[in-house]
Design a protein around this ligand. Structure first.
Ligand SMILES: Nc1ncnc2c1ncn2[C@@H]1O[C@H](COP(=O)(O)OP(=O)(O)OP(=O)(O)O)[C@@H](O)[C@H]1O
Ligand SMILES: [Mg+2]
Length: 282
């Protein structure tokens, strides 16, 4: 089999609660449904992505990303868990210990921002897509994700008047990252809790386009299905296949696969996007 052209997508914004983890989990699930092999790396000490899709509690996992970042690359196979709650999606767990890992990297690593890039090097060619969930900070963990990534998605909560808070710092941080990783490609801003009838959403959409330059054409609506899916440790698609928000993530996966030139088996999914009518009117 030919080696794959692995795409590494970081989902980052240091603003807390803007939809990073929701995007990582549901985009991963939908990319896997397109027959792509997907690995999620949970780089957040809160370990929300691991709690959502992992079959183990993060505290029970021997080699999480925290240990991997501080150990020899030989530990990599022990860190990958292929059996998760989402079909076709593997996981490298996050851990509370990541806070300490960040301090150690800062003090001891020769290139503190480039440890992740080095550690996951052997995975290039094995997966179609690696998706990295970032913590709500611009410190070393996020720098490691951005230095390792080929592509970047920035979720912004357009349904909140504070959605753009901190974006200028993020832009400044990205300028520094481009020095380490000049080919990092901004896929775009993903608008979360978007409702184009609302003035706040229109204003945030305009400001995001102006400051970051690129919007993803698919927008994620507000939906209670998102919390339900997280509670049930599954994807939104499994909770309600025909919900608007499920379709939005399906379209997002198809869009991302096209942008990243990933060869998919998408006919079936495109067909059911057209055929199913919405079950919700949220
Ligand atoms: N489109 C949406 N509609 C309704 N609820 C949403 C939506 N997106 C996210 N949420 C909810 O908002 C909360 C924050 O989302 P999420 O955990 O994805 O954000 P995050 O950016 O990863 O947060 P953190 O910065 O803490 O890691 C969660 O409870 C999630 O279920
Ligand atoms: Mg999160």
């Amino acid at each position: 089999m030919e080696p794959k052209q692995t795409k590494i997508i970081a989902v980052a914004n240091h603003k807390g609660g803007c939809g990073k983890t929701t995007t990582v989990v549901n985009l991963a699930a939908e990319l896997a449904r397109l027959d792509l092999s997907v690995l999620v790396i949970d780089l957040d000490p809160q370990a929300n992505a691991s709690l959502h899709i992992g079959k183990h509690h993060p505290s029970e996992v021997k080699v999480s990303i925290a240990e991997l970042l501080l150990s020899e690359v030989e530990k990599l196979p022990l860190a990958i868990y292929e059996d998760t709650h989402i079909d076709g999606v593997s996981l490298i767990y996050g851990s509370l210990a990541l806070g300490m890992t960040e301090d150690k990297l800062k003090d001891e690593a020769p290139r503190p921002s480039e440890e992740l890039r080095q550690k996951i090097q052997p995975l290039l060619g094995l997966y179609d897509v690696i998706i990295i969930d970032c913590p709500p900070s611009l410190k070393l963990l996020t720098s490691n994700a951005l230095a390792a990534a080929t592509d970047l998605i920035i979720p912004i909560e357009s349904g909140s008047q504070y959605g753009m808070y901190g974006v200028t710092d993020l832009v400044r941080h990205l300028q520094k990252i481009y020095r380490i990783n000049p080919t990092l490609n901004l896929l775009g801003v993903l608008l979360i809790r978007h409702d184009e009838r609302q003035t706040v959403c229109k204003l945030i959409e305009g400001a995001a386009k102006e400051q970051l330059g690129k919007l993803i054409p698919i927008k994620i609506p507000t939906s209670t299905k998102i919390n339900q899916a997280a509670m049930a440790q599954t994807s939104i698609q499994k909770i309600d296949h025909a919900a608007k928000v499920a379709k939005a993530f399906r379209k997002l996966a198809i869009w991302v696969a096209d942008e990243c030139q990933l060869a998919t088996n998408k006919t079936e999914i495109i067909d059911d996007l057209d055929l199913t009518s919405d079950t919700d009117h949220e």
